[in-house]
Design a protein around this ligand. Structure first.
Ligand code: NDP
Length: 323
């Protein structure tokens, strides 16, 4: 089968189109014939070696397709089921072996492409807005990179809850998308000082929560924008990692809360995974959550997909198609 393999970490050029054997399922695994694989920023971190993985590895942590084989102990799914998954490495490929208790059946009314687009970023937006800081009607959230993959979904969920959303983006085109997703205020943070703008928009009161996936270039200013006892949810570092941090800063800036969450800890049990995925698929079916799948590449062009994602050229979701 064709797969995108990394033998040494580095820039997009380290991604090689390899010919590998189709994986055989272990007793607890199912093999998925992949129809669409999601591209996520974490794939960039893995490729670069920011997160350490044993080499060589097949990139990718999100896909949807059809079960083509099952191990002897698998009861959750059967051959022919339409399934989706995330957080298991190896999805930039034609086939992947996945623990069966990590698979979610795709409901009728949701396509494989939609499922591949929703698993990682949709469940992330869901846990951020419903569990990490459960947003309430009337509260104000600052959401960075609001036209990105997670960003557009998080803005929609916050909007549906009834929160006021202040969104940052880098271009006018992205501003339009964030507004269409439900953002109340947009700041072009590459042109204006988002700290001064957010203070102005909140009459100096600050926001209840900052959802920050940009990291290095935004984190410190974000802390200045929280109301007393507000929460900084730092969930990524698209601009680079945040430098070491002294906890006393949280006291000085208003007894703030800081968390650095990861999706894996919000889908620990099979039950939580099924519930969260079910909630996201439910929103898609009801038309409450619109997916933007504008960037679709053949598997062989995975390196280009990474260049576009890192180059801030994309909005919404990027997918790779093995066939
Ligand atoms: P995005 O589609 O959001 O792409 C990244 C965006 O970040 C860009 O489009 C860009 O938007 C913005 N950005 C700001 N500064 C930079 C920079 N210097 N270089 C590149 N991009 C920059 O990606 P994803 O939706 O896949 O992921 C978003 C973030 O969320 C990532 O940091 C990822 O690691 C994190 N994440 C965390 C999860 C968790 O559970 N903790 C789960 C999923 C994602 P603009 O041009 O508008 O500035």
């Amino acid at each position: 089968m064709k797969a995108i393999q990394v033998k040494q970490t580095g820039g997009p050029d380290v991604m090689e189109l390899a010919d590998l054997p189709i994986p055989q399922p272990k007793a607890n695994e199912a093999v998925v014939k992949i129809q669409a694989a999601g591209v996520n920023f974490i794939d960039v971190y893995n490729r670069e070696g920011r997160y350490k993985l044993a080499l060589p590895f097949v990139l990718g942590q999100e896909a949807a397709g059809v079960v083509s084989a099952v191990g002897s102990e698998v009861r959750e799914v059967a051959i022919g089921d339409r399934v989706a998954y995330t957080m298991t490495l190896g999805s930039y490929a034609e086939f992947a072996a996945v623990p069966a208790d990590r698979l979610v059946k795709i409901p009728a009314g949701v396509s494989e492409r939609e499922a591949a687009a929703a698993m990682l970023q949709g469940m992330t937006a869901h846990y951020l807005s419903h569990d990490t800081y459960p947003l309430r009607k009337g509260e104000t959230a600052l959401i960075h990179a609001a036209a990105g993959g997670v960003g557009l979904l998080l803005v929609q969920m916050a909007h549906h809850i009834g929160a006021r959303v202040i969104a940052t983006v880098s271009t006018d085109e992205k501003a339009k998308l964030a507004r269409a997703a439900g953002a109340n205020e947009i700041i072009l943070y590459t042109q204006a000082d988002f700290e001064a703008e957010t203070k102005r928009l909140t009459n100096g009161k600050g926001v209840d929560v900052v959802y920050d996936s940009v990291g290095k270039t935004t984190f410190e200013k974000g802390l200045n924008l929280l109301r007393p006892r507000g929460m900084m949810v730092l969930y990524g570092g698209s601009s680079g990692a945040v430098p070491p941090f002294d906890p006393i800063t949280l006291t000085q800036k208003g007894s703030l809360y800081l968390t650095r969450p990861s999706l894996g800890h919000y889908i620990i049990t099979a039950q939580e995974l099924q519930q969260r995925a079910g909630a996201v698929f439910g929103m898609i079916r009801e038309g409450k959550l619109k997916l933007r799948i504008e960037h679709v590449y053949p598997l062989a062009q995975a390196a280009q997909a990474h260049r576009d994602l890192e180059g801030r050229k994309t909005t919404g979701k990027l997918l790779l198609l093995p066939n």
